[in-house]
Design a protein around this ligand. Structure first.
Ligand code: NQM
Length: 365
C-alpha cells in the first residue's frame, strides 16, 4: 500500500496542553501547504479528530514549529499554530505558553541546542508575538531528563520543572490605553501580557465563577453574553473583527476560594479552559496588579508583592510578575511548567486535502 510520505514529528505534553512538535525544515515552507498538511496530520476538521493526532479539544490540537534562530538574541525560534478541531483552520494569531514549555527540550532532542551538563537554558523567540522567553530545565549528563518532582495543577503526577521566564513585554500592557472599559454594558479590564485577555467580574455575567467548565459551556445565555463582550472588546483592543479568531481570551474573575489571589474561568474563546493558559494567567496577574482594574475588590493581593496564585478549575498556577504601573508595562514574568516527550517518530497524514480558509462553520472553539 502506498500513501502520503511520513513527516518527522514528536508528540509532547507542554504544561497542561499537548501538541505535535516539528522542525520547520520537516514541514513545507509555504504556509498554505504547511497548514493543509497539519490539518491532515491532526485529523481536522472532525469533532473527534479520529483520523489524526489531535485530541478533540483546542488544548490538545496544537502544533509547535521550531527552527534555528533568525537573529542573535535567541537560540531557537518557535511558531505556535492552533489547529481548529471542527473546522479546516490553522491560526498563528495567538501564542501558547504551555507548548512553549516543550520547546527547549525538543530543541535539545533534535540537536538544535547543545545541552549543559546539569541544566540548560534556551532563549526562545516566539514568532507569533516577536517576544522572547527563556526556558531552563534539567539536562544531567547532557540529556533531557523529563522526570522530577514538580507538580502542576491539571496534570497527573510529577515531572522535571521547566522554568519559563518572560522579560518585560514590548507591547503595551493595556491595549485600550485604559485600565477599565465598558464593553457590551459590562466593566472589563483589557490586558495583554503576551496574550490578549479580557478580565470580567464573574458576577457581572450572572455566574459565580466557581462553576465547572462543562456547566459554563452549556449555559447558552452566558455564551451569548461572552460572545458580544468579546467581539466588542476585540475591536477596542485593536484586534479588529475577532469573530473567527481565538484571541482575545475572556477570563471571569471571582474572589479566591483556596488561599490564592483570585479564582478564574477562562474562555479560549468558546470552550472553557480546564485550567488556564500560561500567558493568559500572566495577563490576569498583571491586570490584577494595576490599580483601578476590575479585579479590585475581588482579588486578594499579597502585601509583599511577588507571586500571585491564580486559581482555576483544576487547581492553581503561580505567576511571578513585576509590573511598572506608571508605563504601564510588565517588567518580568515567570512560571514553572513541566513537559514530557510522549512519542518520537513519523506521522502519516491523511491523504485527502481540505480547503483552507474555513467554511461558514461555527465560531472558533
Ligand atoms: O495562554 C490555551 C493553553 C492555552 C494557551 C488557550 C496558553 C497561554 O493552555 O500561554 O498556554 O488560551 O488557548 O495551552
Amino acid at each position: 500500500m502506498t500513501g502520503p510520505a511520513g513527516v518527522r514529528c514528536m508528540l509532547m505534553r507542554g504544561g497542561t496542553s499537548k501538541g505535535a512538535y516539528f522542525l520547520a525544515e520537516d514541514l513545507p515552507a509555504d504556509p498554505a501547504a504547511r497548514d493543509d498538511l497539519l490539518l491532515r496530520i491532526m485529523g481536522s476538521p472532525d469533532p473527534r479528530q479520529t483520523d489524526g493526532l489531535g485530541g478533540a479539544h483546542p488544548l490538545t490540537s496544537k502544533v509547535a514549529v521550531v527552527s534555528a534562530p533568525a537573529g542573535p538574541d535567541a537560540d531557537v525560534d518557535y511558531l505556535f499554530l492552533q489547529v481548529a478541531v471542527d473546522r479546516a483552520e490553522v491560526s498563528d494569531r495567538q501564542n501558547c505558553g504551555n507548548l512553549l514549555a516543550g520547546v527547549g527540550p525538543f530543541a535539545v532532542e533534535r540537536g538544535l541546542v547543545r545541552a549543559g551538563s546539569a541544566e540548560t537554558s534556551v532563549r526562545i523567540r516566539m514568532r507569533n508575538t516577536g517576544e522572547y522567553a527563556v526556558a531552563t530545565f534539567p539536562t544531567p549528563g547532557g540529556r533531557v531528563d523529563y522526570t522530577g518532582d514538580a507538580e502542576i495543577s491539571g496534570v497527573p503526577g510529577t515531572a522535571a520543572p521547566v522554568v519559563v521566564e518572560f522579560p518585560g513585554g514590548r507591547r503595551p500592557l493595556l491595549p485600550t490605553g485604559r485600565v477599565r472599559d465598558t464593553v457590551a454594558g459590562t466593566e472589563v479590564t483589557c490586558v495583554d501580557n503576551g496574550m490578549p485577555t479580557v478580565l470580567v467580574p464573574a458576577a457581572a455575567l450572572r455566574v459565580t465563577g466557581y462553576e465547572e467548565p462543562g456547566d459554563l459551556e452549556e449555559d447558552l445565555a452566558l455564551a451569548e453574553r461572552l460572545r458580544a463582550l468579546r467581539l466588542a472588546a476585540g475591536e477596542l483592543m485593536g484586534l479588529g473583527d475577532v469573530e473567527r479568531t481565538t484571541v482575545p481570551k475572556v477570563t471571569l474573575v471571582a474572589p479566591p476560594r483556596s488561599g490564592g489571589a483570585v479564582t478564574t474561568r477562562t474562555f479560549i474563546p468558546v470552550r472553557c479552559h480546564t485550567s488556564i493558559g500560561v500567558l493568559g494567567a500572566a495577563g490576569v496577574a498583571a491586570g490584577l496588579r494595576l490599580p483601578g482594574g476590575v479585579g479590585e475588590g475581588i482579588a486578594h493581593l499579597p502585601a509583599d508583592g511577588g507571586r500571585l496564585r491564580i486559581e482555576h478549575p483544576t487547581g492553581f498556577l503561580d505567576v511571578d510578575t513585576e509590573v511598572d504601573p506608571d508605563v504601564p508595562a510588565a517588567r518580568r514574568t515567570a512560571v514553572v511548567r513541566t513537559a514530557r516527550k510522549i512519542l518520537d517518530g513519523t506521522v502519516f497524514p491523511r491523504p485527502t486535502a481540505h480547503p483552507l480558509g474555513g467554511t461558514d462553520g461555527p465560531t472558533p472553539r
